[in-house]
Every structure is written in structure tokens, then in C-alpha cells.
Ligand binder design. Structure first.
Ligand SMILES: C[S@@+](CC[C@H](N)C(=O)[O-])C[C@H]1O[C@@H](n2cnc3c(N)ncnc32)[C@H](O)[C@@H]1O
Length: 255
């Protein structure tokens, strides 16, 4: 289990209810800029606690959202959250195993994924599956943690990852773009959002040294509070050195 309660509780406390990644509603809106989800059927790969899936349905008007994830306790929490918000009919969650998607070809208008594909090693295989389940003309909209050429050997990255949960499978922006092209997407883009994340991460560190520290220590223990701070500081160093490159990814299934 990569996302136990101590970790998800800490992430939610920092990033908001149902969120396991930074940015909240504004970041989701930014990722979807220029795209109208009204009436759409949407798949979210790596849905975590489900906060984003609720937003896709409420703020962005998707008719149906299916979130998939590999961890049963996250699926349960996401279902509970959707039920508490009265959205259990429109926003559903499925436990999956890594690998091929269990949906028919052309099932979705849009496939979304935020900060989850970093856990999937074979990018070409996952992008090919995304393309397969998209309807012709449908969009893939993603955000992911990528890294620079040579970052695998970077001391800054090693120091950061030694304080972070395991299970990352980073790739470079160039490799991700090529994989989107090879999978068959039209007009794929990989856009560097490092500057924005540097700023956001600085704010997170300030929180973890200030008000969030007390709350985290009180609810999840001092060790968790210290661990989150060390992780955020390591991530800051990797962002500042240019090794870590958070990106937005887009591609469209040809019509
Ligand atoms: C950093 S969390 C992001 C969760 C959510 N997208 C968010 O932003 O709040 C990464 C998620 O990806 C999930 N995950 C990891 N490997 C996966 C896979 N092969 N298929 C689907 N989800 C996966 C994890 O269980 C976790 O919930």
C-alpha cells in the first residue's frame, strides 16, 4: 500500500478534502482550460480520494465520472465522499489492477489523470490504452511529475526520494511526448509547469513549518509532520535544481 491513512490524511490536510495532489480546484480548471465537459462521460485514472472527480461532475458539468484506482482503501474513501456529497449516482469508482483498462473501445469523451501516471512505468502502454478507450475526437488531459535527462543520477533527487514514498516511475518530457505520438494522439503537448509548482511547494513548506505542523502532529503524529516537511523540502530542492519537471499533458484521439 503506497497511500496509507497517515499519508492520505496528511495530504488532504494540506491540499484539501479528497485531494492527494497540489493545486486544488484552480489547478483542475487550469488543466481543463478551453475544454467543455458538459454532458461528457469521463474516466479519471488514479482517482485517489475522489475530490477531483466530484469537481469534474459539479464545477465542470461532466454527466458521468468513473474514477479508477489500484488501492481498495482509496476506492472506499472516494465512494464514501461521493455518497456524502449526494453524487454517488454520477461519480463512481472502480478498483482496478495495473495494466490494460477494463473498458470497451471508445467509451469516454475525455480521460483525465492527475499526478498518477508517475506510478506507471510503461507510458506508451498506458497512453495507448487511454487512446483506445477515448471516442474519436476525445481528449486526454493529464498532469504528471516528469524529470530531466540525467535526473536519475542526481544527488538532489536521491536525497529527496530517500525521504518520500517509493513507487515512482519518472520519464522525461521528450520521452513522454514521443510516447503520446507513438500511441497515436494528434497534436500532443507536454507543457512545463515547474515555475508554478516551485511557488506552490514553497507555500506548502511554509504551511508545514507553521499552522499545518501543529495540526498534523496532533492528528497523525510528530513523525508524520516531520516526514511531510522533509519530503516537501526535498521536492523543493529537486524543483529548484531543474531535475523535477511537473508537466501538463494533452492529446486528442484522431477523428
Ligand atoms: C498522487 S495520487 C493522486 C490522486 C488524485 N489524482 C489526486 O490528484 O488527488 C496518485 C494515485 O494514483 C494511484 N495509482 C497508482 N498506480 C495506478 C495505476 N496503475 N492505475 C490507477 N491508479 C494508480 C494511486 O493509488 C493514487 O491514488
Amino acid at each position: 500500500m503506497q497511500y496509507p491513512k497517515e499519508l492520505t490524511g496528511a495530504l488532504e490536510l494540506i491540499w484539501g478534502e479528497g485531494m492527494l495532489s497540489p493545486g486544488g480546484p484552480d489547478k483542475v480548471a487550469q488543466m481543463l482550460e478551453g475544454i467543455d465537459l458538459s454532458g461528457n462521460r469521463v474516466l479519471d485514472i488514479g482517482s485517489g480520494l475522489g475530490g477531483i472527480d466530484l469537481l469534474l461532475a459539479t464545477k465542470h458539468g461532466a454527466a458521468a465520472v468513473i474514477g479508477i484506482d489500484v488501492e481498495p482503501q482509496l476506492i472506499k474513501s472516494a465512494r464514501d465522499l461521493a455518497a456524502r456529497k449526494g453524487l454517488a449516482g454520477r461519480v463512481t469508482f472502480q478498483l482496478v489492477t495495473p495494466g490494460k483498462l477494463s473498458f470497451a473501445d471508445a467509451s469516454f469523451d475525455l480521460v483525465f489523470s492527475k499526478d498518477a501516471m508517475v506510478h506507471i512505468a510503461d507510458k506508451l502502454a498506458v497512453y495507448a490504452e487511454v487512446l483506445r478507450v477515448l471516442k474519436p475526437g476525445g481528449w486526454f488531459i493529464g498532469a504528471d511529475w516528469l524529470w530531466s535527462e540525467g535526473a536519475a543520477e542526481s544527488g538532489v533527487v536521491h536525497a529527496w526520494l530517500s525521504k518520500s514514498p517509493p513507487g515512482f516511475a519518472f520519464t522525461t518530457p521528450a520521452t513522454a511526448l514521443q510516447a503520446l505520438i507513438d500511441a497515436g494522439f494528434t497534436d500532443p503537448t507536454v507543457t512545463d509547469f515547474r515555475k508554478e509548482l516551485q511557488e506552490a511547494n514553497r507555500k506548502e513548506i511554509a504551511l508545514l513549518k507553521g499552522s499545518a505542523r501543529q495540526k498534523l502532529a496532533a492528528t497523525l503524529g510528530t513523525e508524520t509532520a516531520e516526514g511531510r516537511l522533509a519530503g516537501a523540502q526535498g521536492r523543493q530542492a529537486a524543483l529548484d535544481s531543474g531535475d523535477l519537471i511537473p508537466c501538463h499533458l494533452r492529446g486528442r484521439r484522431p477523428t
